[in-house]
Design a protein around this ligand. Structure first.
Ligand code: CTP
Length: 414
């Protein structure tokens, strides 16, 4: 899909787009076109090196605003970067070179873009583009870690051939559609909740369950929990009351969420049933085990040389969603997830019907770059009335924002 998501009603975002000196700067012209077509107002700031690669007139024509490329000779009493810092909702730097990343991380302000970045206190997204060796350099890795800790969202870079030679490895700037959707999702996430929209109580489950075999071994799966955590983060940022029921993950609890740990499928069943009682919306993104060892050994199972290897006896776990479907009130929305390795559409529709869900979010797992263990995802959302909506590949936070938009809008209908 080539077009950006559309921005719903209300005020449109003003996006400051910083363009720094990488050859990928030409792709940013396409990004300006996409963002303006999606309804955003774009104000471009360029570094001196970017101006040598792409003429500022390209950006001023596409954005319909003058490009800010100098701290001097602006003919105004108030510096343009200060004026723009008050006006902009979001800063997107694409492409972001190692140089501008270093300046952002260390607070260096020596040109219009870096000075603007320091005077801007809103959300920042960067789309790095550089030679793969530079991207892997410890200085760049550490600078990016500093930025991530400050909440800067880093989109890409992608693996593949880069312009400076036939070096393979991550370094190519992400496609404009991915960067643009990240910007629109950040706007959706940080813009105030729609006036009059009720604050809802949302329960999200996330991560894998662990089914113990003995005190040191367990059966589990490859779920990282990132999709569920992204949903919880988005919902809390939009002002809703969020309870996150989580299997074992390494992830920090998103701001504004209450987290209930649930290690096994049985513990998750207890927590979900308890929280569902008061919930308006349940999103079961957790990868709950379908079976567990029939018995848990009290002590570590020991190797007995010469005897037959132990045979694993399994027992089914309770299907939490299916149990809830039985006493679901119509005012509650229930969203299931399905990770499929084959026949995605048929399996998704079967689960939606069998578990009496309102929505089912299906993703194909086993493909590189999306799903388990990945920061990106690509899903199809099936509705109980037969409609389906494909959400193209994007960061999990952006996919989460899109899923919530779908399932919450219907939830808001009278
Ligand atoms: N789920 C659940 N309880 C379980 C297993 C799964 O509530 N014991 C939920 C998951 O959280 C997910 C949905 O059911 O939202 C679908 O899970 P999945 O494992 O894909 O489906 P299954 O029903 O287990 O079907 P299959 O094994 O055929 O894939």
């Amino acid at each position: 899909m080539d077009d950006l998501w559309t921005i719903g009603g209300g005020r449109k975002p003003v996006i400051a787009l910083g363009v720094s000196g990488s050859i990928a700067a030409y792709k940013s012209a396409e990004l300006v076109g996409k963002l303006t077509r999606a309804g955003a107002e774009v104000r471009v700031l360029m570094t001196a090196n970017a101006c040598r690669l792409v003429a500022p007139a390209t950006f001023s024509t596409l954005s319909r605003h003058p490009v800010v490329d100098s701290l001097w000779d602006t003919g105004r009493w108030q510096p343009e970067h200060v004026e723009l810092a008050e006006l902009a909702d979001l800063l997107v730097i694409a492409p972001a070179t190692a140089n501008i990343i270093g300046k952002l991380a260390h607070g260096i302000a020596d040109d219009a873009l870096s000075t603007f970045a320091l005077s801007f206190d809103g959300s920042v997204i960067i789309a790095p583009a550089m030679n793969p060796r530079m991207w892997a350099h410890p200085a760049v890795v550490e600078n990016c870690a500093i930025l991530r800790r400050r909440g800067v969202r880093i989109v890409g870079p992608e693996p593949g051939r880069v312009a400076c030679g036939d070096l393979e490895g991550a370094g190519r700037m992400s496609e404009p559609v991915l960067i643009g959707n990240a910007a629109l999702a950040a706007w959706q996430l940080h813009s105030a909740p729609v006036p009059g929209q009720p604050r809802r109580r949302i329960v999200v489950t996330a991560g894998p369950t662990r089914e113990e075999l003995d005190p040191v071994r367990f059966l589990s799966n490859r779920s990282s929990g990132r999709m569920g955590y992204a949903l919880a983060e988005c919902a809390a940022a939009a002002g809703h009351q969020v309870v996150l029921i989580s299997g074992s993950t390494e992830l920090p609890v998103p701001a504004g969420c209450t987290m209930i740990p649930a290690v096994t499928a049985a513990e998750m069943a207890v927590a979900v049933k308890q929280e569902f009682a008061a919930a308006d919306l349940l999103i079961m993104a957790a990868a709950v085990a379908d079976f567990r060892p029939a018995e848990r050994a009290g002590q570590k199972l020991r190797k007995q040389t010469g005897s037959q290897a132990p045979q694993l006896q399994l027992a089914w776990t309770e299907d939490i969603l299916a149990s809830l479907a039985a006493d679901k009130r119509s005012s509650r929305t229930v969203v299931g997830f399905a990770a499929e390795t084959e026949d995605l559409v048929a399996n998704a529709r079967r689960k939606l019907g069998n578990k009496k869900l309102d929505w089912l979010v299906a993703n194909q797992v086993g493909c590189p770059g999306v799903g388990f263990d990945s920061s990106d995802n690509e899903v199809v959302v099936f509705a109980a009335d037969g409609r389906s909506t494909a959400i193209p590949k994007a960061g999990k936070l952006e996919v989460a924002a899109k899923i919530l938009e779908l399932v919450m809008n219907v939830g808001n209908e009278p």
